[in-house]
Design a protein around this ligand. Sequence first.
Ligand SMILES: *Cc1c(COP(=O)(O)O)cnc(C)c1O
Length: 492
Amino acid sequence: MSGTIFDHSRPGREGLSLPELDVPRTDPAEALGGELLRKDGMGLPEVTESQLMRHYVNISIKNYNIDRGLYPLGSCTMKYNPKLHENLARLPGLSELHPLLPDGQVQGTLQIMYELSDLLCRITGFDACSLQPAAGAQGELTGLLLIRSCLESRGEDHRNQVLMPDSAHGTNPASCSLAGFEVVSVESDQHGMVDVDDLRSKLGDRTAGLMLTNPNTLGIFESKVEEINGLVHDAGGLVYMDGANMNALLGIALPGAMGFDVCHLNLHKTFSTPHGGGGPGSGPVVCNSLLEPFLPQPRVVKNEDGSYGLSRGGSQPVGRLLAFHGNVGVMYKAYAYVLSLGTRGLEEVSRNAILNANYLKARLTEAFDLPFDSGPCMHEFVVSGSRQKKEHGVRTLDMAKRLLDYGYHAPTVYFPLIVSEAMMVEPTETESLESLDGFADALLSIAREAEEKPHLVTDAPVNTPVLRLDEVRAIKELCVTEPPSEAGKAND
Ligand SMILES: *Cc1c(COP(=O)(O)O)cnc(C)c1O
């Protein structure tokens, strides 16, 4: 069965039969006034129930997803998450609330939000939390606005530069510009960590702060983090940690104790909602007591009588970041995730994520270059396809496409920017030894093909519903609609 649902439509066909009305019918023309009535039909597809079901199921299996196989997308943490959490978040008492209901009628949800804030503070070693931001990038913006408000309150608004390593995630410089700061890039040293001398030379009177990802985007723990944060503080700046990827730190290390002032988390990566697919997301911000007064309002508070409510005011709030209170559905899942794992379980998540990444790294370095070898990696690592490109004319992009033929989603490619032909691999804690081996075997086999029969790789994919696209045409003449097909009609 192919084509769009409209290709299957036949006039008068129905998916649902309703009994005859046994109450008087209101004449729509009378109720609405004739001029508001639609002149033509609604143009909805007319199909049977089974046609409808088959159509969507067939579309769903054309796509690759975490429920079908390993999804080693570095930095994005595509891991299997318990389906039970989806069920919990869909309980009618939670999912059918209206955000304008009075506090007294949403005590359960307010309690969950309050306790989740507290759990996230404990997991990160911070004092206060705002659950409002709806994505990691919005969390970054929030954190930077906290820094800006704090500097303004000290009369230091001339501090307008934010430093960040050249390996930073693309959202970091974008959030900085949006918050009105100038970005100053800091070089990485030969171990893939912040070059502390370069950092020192760029600190000064105009330094507002530093944004650091730890573990960084190469999957390497910045072991000089305390020294780095001390230098920024001594220069009068504040430090932001990009905590989008907490898979290696959960239950083991506290960003608050490393000297950071503020950090955001991606609940839709680490805490039981997969990343990708355009949302919904949740990027809470946690910070120390210095920045707490500037957090966006409202926040969930516990009243003296033990009930929960929403704060209004606060001394110098950044203001609202979002209508209402953020993506509460994602928060329910995060809350269930943390409580079901407990302290020991969270630590086990990190240890398994780190173990899996190191195992895969050890297997893949048999065929691929490792640009920065600083010993064991954290939850992810970056290898380079430079050797395959130089020796056989096979690019990382080709190998990523070939992986589709082997039944795997590709890792993140061409990021971080400081690694040429980068492949950024994050297996996550939820993969078994066999599935890690399956992926390693596939990639090693592709490396052998690159050597022996490179056209197999450069022509890939050959087994997917859509074959290789002309990249330039796909951008310049983007077409995402399918023309009505005769084949589709015949296949009905
Ligand atoms: C995913 C990610 C972000 C951005 O998160 P979004 O929810 O996609 O906005 C920021 N920093 C790092 C390191 C990330 O991996």
